[in-house]
Structures are given as structure tokens and as C-alpha cells.
Write a protein of this length. Structure first.
Length: 113
């Protein structure tokens, strides 16, 4: 029961954080809400707080770009057994790959509006 409450608290903090970031920095908010459930809740909460459709539209566009760029995170974990990786090296490699793809987008992609 305690773990369920802790998970709920963590999820709530993530959603609140995404909502706060989305108002000011839609790209960063989009980065944090790559999970569909978090996306739905954060978009609804942003709408409830500001009712600003242009902000939600920008947030949605940024998310649409960043979700595929974050997918390389899963490749080392999916191939860990074939590559002979244990969990932590596969996780680190996944984080590294996602950082490379997303970082390249932030560096080489169009500037945020």
C-alpha cells in the first residue's frame, strides 16, 4: 500500500512539474511528458489552468517530435541479452542514446518559439 501511495505521489509531482514547465517552456514540458498517460493528464491540467490553446498546440507539436527521438532509449534494453549487457549498462546506454538524439535536436533543430 505504501509503495502505491509513493508511486502516486511521484506521478503527481511529475504531472505538476510538466504542467508548470509547459506554460513557460513547451519544449521542455514535451520532453518530460513522453508517456501518453502523463501527456493526457498534463494537457488537461494545462488547459484547466490557462485555457491557452496556442500553448497546448506548441506543447503537442514539441511532444510529437520528441517522442520518436526518445525511442532509442529502449534499444539497448531491448537488445541487452543479445549484446551481453546487464541491466545497468543497458540502461546507461539507453539514456546515452536518448541524450544524443534529443540533444542533437535541441542543438541542430529549429529554435523554440
Amino acid at each position: 500500500m505504501m509503495m502505491t501511495l509513493l508511486r502516486g505521489l511521484i506521478a503527481g509531482v511529475v504531472v505538476i512539474g510538466v504542467t508548470q514547465l509547459a506554460e513557460r517552456w513547451p519544449r521542455l514540458g514535451a520532453l518530460l511528458m513522453t508517456l501518453p498517460l502523463v501527456s493526457i493528464v498534463a494537457i488537461v491540467m494545462t488547459w484547466q489552468k490557462s485555457a491557452d490553446l496556442p500553448t497546448i498546440a506548441r506543447l503537442s507539436r514539441e511532444t510529437l517530435v520528441l517522442v520518436p527521438l526518445g525511442l532509442p532509449f529502449f534499444v539497448p534494453l531491448a537488445l541487452a541479452e543479445r549484446l551481453g549487457f546487464s541491466f545497468w549498462p543497458a540502461l546507461a546506454a539507453g539514456v546515452g542514446l536518448a541524450c544524443l538524439t534529443i540533444g542533437a535536436w535541441f542543438w541542430l533543430g529549429p529554435p523554440p518559439r
